[in-house]
Design a protein around this ligand. Structure first.
Ligand code: AMP
Length: 195
């Protein structure tokens, strides 16, 4: 199985690259942000509670997102692999993911981290906000909050995978297709080494 964590701050291009990766490698895309937004759209209680935190640029509790991922892994047991997008965002989430994957006799193949500097992220988030309709993309204060939450709470997840020798950093600035090809080369190098 090919199980990728696509890592990086909000606005780094994870969603865009995920779409291309799922097509090339036939993976199931698990984006906790998308899963939460569908809960909001469906008007569930979980969605309503999550929305209050998401609109402020804060993280939703670990057990909520871990529960959603657990459910999706269960539903997709025949998958060729998964791409985790926007998850894990804390070290406890990363630990929980490792334990869940053990249950399915598999593990994370590698983490690909898209690196983009903070001011470029803010520019991208506000630009996306012009068309995305996402409340958390609409104003600079929330965009900056999300980037600072990432720097404080999520960056340690990179170390977690680095310690397992599963961390690959890729420059997230440049042409989308060139970044994509660089990601694929790195993934294939890891897969060949493991084979
Ligand atoms: P995203 O679409 O990945 O940018 O996520 C949008 C928002 O959903 C984040 O700012 C968080 O409020 C929430 N969220 C998404 N994934 C997670 C996660 N793994 N842990 C906690 N909160 C999350």
């Amino acid at each position: 199985m090919l199980n990728l964590v696509l890592f990086g701050p909000p606005g780094a291009g994870k969603g865009t690259q995920s779409e291309k990766l799922i097509r090339r490698y036939d993976l199931v895309h698990l984006s906790t942000g998308d899963l939460l937004r569908s809960q909001i759209a469906a008007g569930t209680e979980l969605g309503l509670r999550a929305k209050q935190l998401m609109d402020q640029g804060l993280l939703v509790p670990d057990e909520v997102v871990i529960g959603m991922i657990d459910c999706k892994l269960r539903e997709n047991q025949q998958a060729a692999g998964f791409i985790f997008d926007g998850f894990p965002r804390t070290v406890p989430q990363a630990e929980a993911l490792d334990s869940l994957l053990v249950e399915y006799n598999t593990q994370i193949t590698t983490m690909v981290a898209l690196v983009v500097e903070d001011e470029e992220l803010i520019r991208r988030l506000l630009k996306r906000g012009e068309t995305s309709g996402r409340p958390d993309d609409q104003d600079e204060v929330t965009a900056r909050k999300r980037v600072s939450v990432y720097n404080r709470e999520t960056i340690p997840v990179a170390d977690y995978y680095n310690q397992q020798d599963k961390y690959i950093a890729i420059d997230g600035i440049g042409e989308i297709d060139m970044i994509f090809e660089t990601i694929c080369q790195q993934i294939e190098a890891v897969a060949t080494k493991k084979a």
